[in-house]
Design a protein around this ligand. Structure first.
Ligand code: ARG
Length: 457
């Protein structure tokens, strides 16, 4: 007999049970469900809605059920539909009639909203920790490479020299934004839906503030209809995770490029690379590729849930049961990606020489050559023209700006003097860019300091 079987004259079809059931995926909410029920019944006891000793009996029963589940001694049943009714059914079989009082003044609608919020809040904390580790490794590697010159790119064409440290710290900023957004989502999620009932609260004198305090919520949902209908917190998290995966996938793409023979800027550690079953020479960046690939999967989770929620009338609709697999999948995916990506980064070898070589000879210092002329009094637009001519000369003669003789320089314009060589050396190009946020050692060190302060290290 179902917990809601009273109104039914006949059993549900097995297909209905299977189709309707969510226990195969919402069983992971068992802890949140039990903790939420304990807070609820203790408040019911305190408010004399049920007897205090009944509340205590239910609490003891729930705690021992929690232990049994954690020890793997409980099997859930598809016929009991979801985690909420499985727990209630199990509790009735363990402690008897008194367990039937647990659901007083509550609906599965506010219960499931509570469980999901508790789950999301806990997962945000652990994702934030993983992100914190990644940011720590970024700082660690960046600290070693404040003088490692590499080309910076636009349009994937060599543009201006930067340092590897400067490049890595761009990702630090992305992850910092992700971290802050997660914290914001955490606060937005921290609103207690319990007490909303099915949609219109209840006539029992519930103390919602008390339950919010016990469970660590910042506030109580202000409208009971919204309390049971709102899944914005799942969408907010999915959006945060999508952007985070986008950052990881851009980083992965660069790692894949950098580890190719064409770039050869880095070498991934053997422990975080894979081979080919046919080509003996191969060492593939599978981890970075999979992280890049899984980004699409998290986008799918976000789009899927957005589509599910679209046009749903208020208040609860069973469609909303679809929130779980999307949210769980995105959380599981990011929790798999972050640690392995961090370890891969921590162990890769940086090929400073290859980076330097790529930065030299590709005219990455052409802007600095133009600025050299500006410092000598020429207008920037004219300087641009002169250096453009020099570059054309180099391209047709197979030379670069560093290797031109002073005669070749002065043949294009008499203003050049021997100090041109110092002005266009890559170290000068990088270290003269002292502007806040720039690539000079000085500017990057200041950034590293504020980054460490953010992490609290
Ligand atoms: N398993 C359901 C879900 O995940 C729980 C809420 C069910 N409520 C209801 N009125 N059928 O959404």
């Amino acid at each position: 007999m179902k917990l809601w079987g009273g109104r039914f004259a006949k059993e549900t079809d097995a297909l209905t049970d299977h189709f309707n059931s969510s226990i195969s995926f919402d069983s992971r909410l068992y802890k949140q469900d039990i903790i939420g029920s304990i807070a609820h019944v203790m408040m019911l006891g305190k408010r004399s809605i049920i007897k205090e000793e009944e509340a205590l009996q239910i609490k003891e029963g729930l705690l021992s059920l929690l232990e049994a589940i954690e020890q793997g001694n409980v099997t859930f049943n598809e016929k009991a539909e979801d985690i909420h009714m499985n727990i209630e059914t199990l509790l009735i079989s363990r402690i008897g009639e008194v367990a039937k009082k647990m659901h007083t003044g509550r609906s599965r609608n506010d219960q499931v909203a509570l469980d999901m919020r508790l789950y999301v809040m806990e997962e945000i904390l652990s994702i934030r920790d993983l992100l914190h580790n990644l940011m720590g490794v970024l700082i660690k590697v960046a600290k070693d490479h404040t003088e490692t010159i590499m080309p910076g790119y636009t349009h994937l064409q060599r543009a201006q020299p930067i340092t590897f440290s400067h490049h890595l710290m761009a990702y630090f900023e992305m992850f910092k934004r992700d971290y802050k957004k997660l914290s914001f989502t955490l606060d937005m999620t921290s609103s207690l839906p319990l007490g909303s009932g099915a949609l219109a609260t209840t006539t029992y004198p519930l103390d919602r503030e008390e339950v919010a305090n016990t469970l660590g919520f910042l506030e109580v949902c202000a409208n009971s209809i919204d309390g049971v209908s709102d899944r914005d917190f799942c969408l907010d998290l999915l959006y945060n995770l999508s952007v985070m995966m986008m950052h990881l996938s851009r980083f992965s793409e660069e790692i894949i490029l950098w580890s190719s023979h064409e770039f050869h800027f880095i070498e991934l550690d053997d422990a975080y690379s894979t081979g080919s079953s046919i080509m003996p020479q191969k060492k593939n960046p599978d981890i970075a590729e999979l992280v890049r690939g899984k980004c699409g999967r998290v986008y799918g989770d976000l789009m899927g849930l957005l589509a599910t929620m679209k046009s749903l009338p208020l208040a609860y609709n069973k469609d909303m049961q679809e929130d779980k697999e999307r949210t769980f999948d995105a959380i599981d995916t990011i929790k798999m990606c972050l640690p392995i990506f961090t370890a891969m980064l921590d162990t890769m070898t940086i090929r400073k020489d290859a980076m330097y070589k790529a930065a030299s000879g590709g005219f990455t210092n052409a802007t600095d050559a133009a600025d050299y002329l500006v410092k000598k009094g020429m207008a920037f637009r004219d300087a641009h023209e002169v250096i453009g001519k020099l570059v054309l000369y180099c391209v047709t003669h197979g030379k670069d700006l560093e290797s031109l003789s002073l005669e070749e320089y002065t043949a294009i314009h008499p203003i050049f003097e021997t100090d041109i060589y110092e002005a266009i050396s890559l170290a000068t190009c990088v270290n003269e860019r002292k502007v806040k946020g720039g690539p000079s050692k000085e500017a990057v060190m200041a950034h590293l300091e504020s980054a460490e302060a953010f992490l609290g290290v």
